[in-house]
Design a binder for this molecule. Sequence first.
Ligand code: CP
Ligand code: NVA
Length: 305
Amino acid sequence: MRDFISMLDITQEELFEILEMTEVLKEKRKRGESFHPLRGKALALVFEKPSTRTRVSFEVGMFQLGGIGVYMDSGSSQLGRGEPVRDTARVLSRYVDGIVIRTFGQDRIVELGRYSKVPVINALSNEEHPCQILADLFTIREYCRELEGLKVAYLGDGNNVCNSWLIGAAMVGMSFYAATPEGYEPDSFYVEKAKEIAEKTGAKIVITNDPIEAIKEANVVYTDVWASMGQEGEVEKRKELFMPYQINSELFKHAKPDVLFMHCLPAHRGEEVTNDVIESCRSIVWDQAENRLHVQKALLAKLIR
Ligand code: CP
Ligand code: NVA
């Protein structure tokens, strides 16, 4: 494993190694122990879309590991003025020990990875959000101990988070139900890949338009925004279409009584989730957000040498 551009870049073994390492790093942090395996190392954070969690958790995580994060956005770097990503990759590789990038097309990250001499990490693209899924799996494991066999219901848009979730769920042997409006199903490439992996791990992958089928007896209910970054023009059109997939107390009743509610955040209360559900005792969204920090530290420690 050199880059982490897609969930498909890691093996099941590497995934569990990262989860184990995350547990160790989180414990160390809680005990106030310092751990500086990346002393003297630098990480470039290239963000072509906004971020709160990903940016801060990578920057702080790098600092806690003894290194430094250097933030660049398109407005204040030459990328925004059209400098090719392949040139940026070759230049940054001369300064830093790793590159984290949030951008539009996954192909842009793949190109960066091809030209970079240092590890490249996908911090969200139109197609995937793999760091999010690492944190999500770690969080569920903290609450449920085992991942295998749990039913996860993902309701809403079959977007980047859903695509990466398909692969993650398949790798750990979960039952993953994605319920979306017609025409908003996850990318068939990821569905097919997930089904292939599921044949080996015993996972179950179901894509449906029926929110009840998905949420019924679920251990985890997950949602994300109905319109992702870059789709702002579609917000109004999507609201009506997606309403049957809103996680509200009525729909939530169909899940298991001890169900966990998750959301990668930012949340739009009154759209994909109601205020009472996200603020309920079943919601673990703050732990989920915190774990971005711990899991990404494990990932950085593994990739940057
Ligand atoms: N979940 C997530 O990636 O949040 P940000 O957009 O704030 O980084
Ligand atoms: N699907 C969302 C995730 C935000 C963290 C987006 O791409 O905007």
